[in-house]
Design a protein around this ligand. Structure first.
Ligand SMILES: Nc1ncnc2c1ncn2[C@@H]1O[C@H](COP(=O)(O)OP(=O)(O)OP(=O)(O)O)[C@@H](O)[C@H]1O
Ligand SMILES: [Mg+2]
Length: 347
């Protein structure tokens, strides 16, 4: 925990007469008395038309698919449709799927396509508001208290108000996304790794494009971000969160689409070798392994085969390079043994 969340503040022993800084430096949710002013709506500007020009320029699902392809992102029509609707309806898009199937890449591609900044929040266990949304600038608050003290008699209510100004907030990714001058793409990556209470905190942001800071008021986006949330489904996300999003399960691509991805991501790879490698990976995925390879691994494998000047796949070359494709010894043993699929292999 940090100072803004109620932990002791280093150097916070500054004390002004009739103005106990400890009470003022408590963060959101603290039980200590709050500064004696009402929360205000800091940005009362009404939401403008939530669409923005770059997003509006993408007039159809086909246009979005073409745009993705221009940035070497290959997607099927169902994914393009839900992404298009997410832009049009200005609703967050929740992408779930196995590892390495292009969830994160979709957000990066959307950002490139829209020419919009990408703001990324990487989730992990223990992620809290101070790392994800905002934090009070405690050292600056202390400095201002000291300066006020040095300047003479202290007007405590005024200083209390000043200590919780908007510019006293340190912006973390969520608040950065709400404050941006133009609609950014906000990637909330691997949300299933964060704790459930954090999901509850996100609801206001996802549903209303705003964050309420208890000491300050409600901060509302003028240019709401395009939000992409990803999850590997290591745990089920709450219904309340899902209700605020459009949803898409991103599966492994079929052979044709995976070949197209390889063609675009590994320029220079021989077409016949790519076909063999993709056919092999597709067969490996059907084996029910502990951790089947994702698209990212197919791409890595193709690069490895290229680096080894491979002309055609055979069992020997597959066995030598399986560590690029599979990351569990049990899976490697299965695939390199009797069960090695013949698909795509040169005899
Ligand atoms: N549809 C696609 N079109 C083009 N490239 C793709 C596609 N899907 C995946 N890739 C490639 O695979 C790589 C890995 O994709 P990405 O990082 O988005 O996976 P992910 O689903 O987010 O995986 P994880 O759950 O492990 O984070 C990308 O860098 C990209 O090169
Ligand atoms: Mg990812």
């Amino acid at each position: 925990m940090d100072a803004a969340h109620g932990a002791p503040v280093p150097g916070a022993a500054v004390r002004l007469v009739g103005f106990p800084p400890e009470s003022l430096l408590q963060g959101p949710g603290a039980s200590a008395p709050r500064p004696s002013f009402d929360a205000v709506n800091v940005n009362t500007t009404p939401l403008q038309d939530p669409s923005d020009r770059q997003a509006d320029d993408i007039g159809s699902i086909d246009a979005l698919m073409t745009g993705f392809a221009r940035h070497d992102y290959v997607c099927d029509r169902r994914l393009a449709t839900v992404a298009f609707l997410s832009l049009r309806m200005h609703r967050p898009l929740l992408l779930e799927g196995e590892a390495g199937v292009g969830k994160t890449e979709l957000a990066k591609t959307l950002s490139a396509l829209l020419g919009a900044p990408l703001i990324r929040l990487q989730c992990y266990e223990g992620l809290d508001i101070s790392q994800a949304a905002y934090e009070w600038n405690v050292s600056r608050q202390l400095l201002e208290i000291r300066l006020a003290e040095a300047a003479g008699p202290v007007d405590a209510p005024r200083i209390a108000r000043d200590l919780y100004r908007r510019d006293m907030l340190i912006e973390r990714p969520l608040l950065q996304a709400l404050s941006a001058e133009r609609a950014p793409v906000l990637l909330i990556d691997e949300l299933d790794r964060a704790d459930e209470p954090f999901e509850a905190f996100l609801l206001e942001m996802l549903g209303e494009n705003q964050i309420t800071v208890p000491e300050l008021g409600t901060l509302r986006a003028v240019h709401p971000p395009h939000v992409i949330i990803t999850s590997n489904r290591t745990r089920e996300l709450r219904d309340a969160l899902k209700r605020r999003c459009l949803y898409h399960w991103l599966d492994y691509p079929d052979a044709e689409r995976e070949f197209e991805i390889v063609r675009r991501r590994v320029p220079g790879a021989a077409a016949e070798l790519s076909r063999q490698a993709v056919a092999f990976v597709q067969a490996v995925r059907a084996m029910g392994l502990f951790k089947p390879p994702g698209v990212a691994e197919t791409i890595d494998w193709m690069r490895a085969l290229q680096a080894l000047d491979t002309v055609a796949l055979d069992r020997k070359r597959v066995g030598e390079t399986l560590g690029v494709l599979l990351k569990h010894q049990e899976d490697i043993e299965r695939v390199s043994g009797e069960e090695m699929p013949g698909a795509g292999l040169a005899s």
